[in-house]
Design a protein around this ligand. Structure first.
Ligand SMILES: *Cc1c(COP(=O)(O)O)cnc(C)c1O
Length: 396
């Protein structure tokens, strides 16, 4: 049997809690600059729209290598607005993964259309283009790939499908700002990119917010109209749109934070490289499913998500919780099995890779500012949890 080296045990920090996410650490460096801008806005008034939103949009278009960026109230709204721009209506079908946050599918449902769930590639957790192709019929109007956990989907395959079948390609980039696929920034590959400023995202705001990217000026203009009550001129409503705006306070803070974006991604990447090394050092890489970065992709690691096999995920998660290590299951219930979508009629086992992922995944702390000592402790506790129980089992 392989001998396990106890290189990762860090007893000096053994009782200290490790959070899954601590946004205050990376926000500390820009605190004064943001508070100063907020004080200015406070004194001048002008809380909606204005130069802060315009400046942020220009910066986001640059960062995402898109012609246009349009701010809105949330990532969930961004998805609804993108589908509205695609002309999605009742009777239409939109293909998306079931292994994602709820908003990907609820946006489709909101417009009276039908989400059609494709299974995932078990290696990347992202939508499987082969299954997507099999689901296309006359009602299919769009595909929403989700660049889950910070990793781009197989966009060359999806783009080819959309071109051949004349479908809209709407990228759910909520978890993946800054991620790249074969040299292209996510959000600049499909027709519309949908992003979120929810505080746990890689460009996290100080409340809710989101934006959309588009390479086509006409599509961008439509998105802007839909986000502003469908208003084409003052008080002339061509469509029934949404009230979906970003506050000036949010925009000003996010504009400052944009400057950190590359550095924060590098910190996440360094944390992941260190996890991979620590897991290899104690040979946990032999038993756990560790994520990786496929060739041609630049992963921004919104989540570092491992697989714990043998039906042991929940037991190990409980040990981590008891030892105050932050860890979470994204996502425990596949969307095809959510009660609100019961009428869609997906039986258990209909998306096997998705359902297995829901039973095996566990996301570990990877946020910028996570210390080496904290990482050591995460790995040490995981190591202990895995072996404690296997020894008991081996002993009968
Ligand atoms: C967070 C998230 C959303 C929704 O963004 P909000 O800003 O919270 O509305 C949509 N899709 C995915 C994959 C997400 O992770």
């Amino acid at each position: 049997m392989t001998q396990v080296k106890p290189t990762v045990v860090a007893p000096s920090t053994a009782s200290v809690a490790v959070p899954l996410l601590d946004v205050t650490r990376s926000n500390a460096a820009i605190r004064d600059e943001i508070l100063q801008l907020w004080a200015q806005i406070y004194d001048q008034g002008g809380f909606i729209g204005g130069p802060h939103v315009k400046n942020l949009e220009a910066e986001l278009a640059r960062v995402c290598e898109s012609r246009q960026a349009i701010a809105c109230a949330s990532g969930s709204d961004a998805l609804v607005l993108a589908l509205m721009a695609a002309g999605i209506e009742p009777g239409d079908e939109v293909i998306c993964p079931a292994f994602t946050f709820f908003a990907t599918a609820s946006a489709i449902w909101r417009l009276g259309a039908t989400p059609v769930f494709a299974d995932i590639d078990p290696q990347t957790f992202n939508i499987d283009p082969v299954h997507v192709r099999a689901l296309i019929n006359n009602h299919t109007k769009a595909i929403i790939p989700v660049h889950l956990f910070g990793l781009a989907c197989d966009m060359s395959a999806l783009r080819a499908i959309c071109a051949a079948e004349d479908l809209w390609l709407i990228e759910d980039c909520a978890q993946s700002i800054g991620a790249r696929y074969q040299g292209q920034a996510v959000g600049s590959i499909g027709d519309v990119g949908c992003f979120s400023f929810y505080p746990s995202k890689n460009l996290g705001g100080f409340g809710d917010g989101g934006f959309m990217t588009a390479m086509d000026d006409q599509v961008a203009a439509q998105l802007r109209i839909f986000a502003n009550h469908g208003m084409t001129e003052q008080y002339r409503h061509e469509y029934v749109g949404l009230n979906s705006r970003l506050d000036s306070l949010q925009a000003a803070a996010l504009w400052v934070k944009c400057r950190q974006l590359e550095e924060l991604a590098e910190q996440r990447r360094a944390n992941v490289a260190r996890y991979q090394q620590l897991f290899a050092d104690c040979q946990l890489d032999q038993v756990l499913g560790l994520p990786n970065e496929p060739d041609g992709c630049f992963h921004v690691w919104n989540q570092y998500t491992i697989r714990i096999p043998d039906g042991r995920r929940d037991e190990i998660k409980a040990v981590l919780a008891e030892r105050k290590i932050g860890a979470a299951v994204y996502y425990p219930i596949p969307l095809n099995r959510q009660r609100c979508f019961a009428s869609l009629g997906y039986a258990e086992g209909s998306l096997p890779h998705t359902e297995l992922a829901c039973r095996e995944v566990l996301s570990l702390p990877v946020f910028p500012g996570l210390t080496h000592a904290e990482q050591d402790r995460v790995v040490a506790v995981l190591h202990e949890a895995w072996h404690a129980k296997s020894c008991l089992r081996a002993a009968g």
